[in-house]
Every structure is written in structure tokens, then in C-alpha cells.
Write a protein that binds this ligand. Structure first.
Ligand code: SF4
Length: 212
């Protein structure tokens, strides 16, 4: 496994942000099981989790006018550093006004994010609505059994699927442009069921190809 301090990296005409390698899931399709980077990036396994100052320096070293969107994604679940995502996103809004900010997440922060970040009684979706424009939530399945098989949330909580759905619904309700993703490792019937789940919530579902 190769490590680096790749905090930001280009994917197409977007700039992606890599804040952590922590993730409570072990998705069967996770690129981290068979690569060190993504889309031709340098290794995304971090030497250490970047500080706010290191993140800011990574943005300031770039010509930000070249990028269409900023995307919190990386080689881990960004919301394992929930408070930092909000802090960085607020700073990005000030520095690069009008630049859309997207978050790619497993939607399980209410189960796994450091709870002090959520302890003031303001829900996760409401906090994110103040600093994020778009969210892409890993739907992964059309029911809880399929979700648990594909996503493998740590500790095997019985409510992971419903927690993820509730998070996505909360984001949509608070005005964040919300989308679901499904990776094409499901059967056609399972994929159709997942798409119906998204449609029943008024949230579009993007089925993407598995990256091998
Ligand atoms: S949530 Fe993302 S980082 Fe975590 S195991 Fe699944 S695909 Fe990998």
C-alpha cells in the first residue's frame, strides 16, 4: 500500500477532497480493496489525516477557476470528520463564492460520525445545509438485507439502511440537491428495487459502473 499526502485531486473537471481513510463500511465494490488511488490520482492512502491548514494550502496551490465543482469524497467516509467538513466547506464558500460544493457520503453519519459534532441538537442534514450545495448518498440497495450484504456496516447495526434513508430525506427536505448512487454489482431486480426506493422519495438514483 502506497501512502501520500494527496489532499485534493482532479477527477474530470472537478476537484475532489481526501480528508480521511476511515470508513465504517466495507462495500463489496470499494475501490480501496484493489487500488491505491482513483481515476489516475496519486495514492489516496494518507500519511496522516490533513489539518485544516494543510487542506487550505492544497486548495491555495491550485488555480480554482479550472474546476466546475468541489467534491468531498476521497479514500474514506468524509463525515467521519464531520466538523472539519463543515469548517472547510464554509471556508470554501467564502474563498470561492458560487463554486458548487458536493459531498459524497455513505449517509451513516448519525451512526458513526464523532457524536460531539452532532451533539448540539441540530441534525446532521441541517448542519450540512448551511455549507453544502449537493449531496450524493450511497443507496446501494432497495432493502435492508441487500444493503447490509453490499455495504457491510461495521458492528452490523439493524438500522443502517433506514438511517441512511432518513439522512438523505433530511438533506432533500433542507434544500440540498440530493441524489442516490447504486453500483452495478446488484442483480437487475435488485437494481430496479433500489431505483424504485429512490423514486418513492423523490430522489434521483444514478446507477454507476463498478470500477475494477
Ligand atoms: S462507504 Fe465508500 S469508502 Fe467506505 S467502504 Fe463503501 S465505497 Fe469504500
Amino acid at each position: 500500500m502506497q501512502r501520500s499526502m494527496t489532499v485534493t485531486y482532479e477527477v474530470g473537471d472537478n476537484l475532489y477532497v481526501n480528508l480521511t481513510n476511515r470508513c465504517p463500511c466495507a462495500c463489496v465494490f470499494c475501490i480501496r480493496t484493489h487500488d491505491d488511488g482513483a481515476y489516475g490520482s496519486d495514492p489516496l492512502w494518507l500519511e496522516h489525516e490533513p489539518t485544516f491548514a494543510e487542506i487550505r494550502a492544497s486548495f491555495e496551490a491550485r488555480d480554482m477557476s479550472r474546476y466546475r465543482e468541489i467534491v468531498f469524497c476521497g479514500y474514506g467516509e468524509p463525515l467521519m470528520r464531520f466538523a472539519l467538513v463543515c469548517e472547510v466547506a464554509r471556508w470554501l464558500r467564502e474563498q470561492y463564492p458560487g463554486k458548487p460544493i458536493r459531498l459524497n457520503t455513505n449517509g451513516l453519519c448519525e451512526l458513526y460520525a464523532p457524536q460531539e459534532a452532532l451533539a448540539d441538537g441540530t441534525g446532521a442534514a441541517e448542519k450540512l445545509a448551511g455549507c453544502i450545495d449537493k449531496v450524493s448518498v450511497s443507496l446501494n440497495a432497495g432493502d435492508a438485507a441487500c444493503y447490509d450484504r453490499v455495504t457491510c456496516p461495521s458492528g452490523h447495526p439493524t438500522n443502517a439502511y433506514e438511517t441512511m434513508l432518513r439522512f438523505a430525506a433530511g438533506c432533500k427536505a433542507r434544500g440540498i440537491a440530493t441524489a442516490f448512487t447504486v453500483v452495478d454489482v446488484l442483480t437487475p431486480e435488485e437494481t430496479a428495487q433500489a431505483v424504485r426506493q429512490g423514486e418513492s422519495m423523490g430522489i434521483p438514483v444514478h446507477v454507476r459502473a463498478y470500477i475494477d
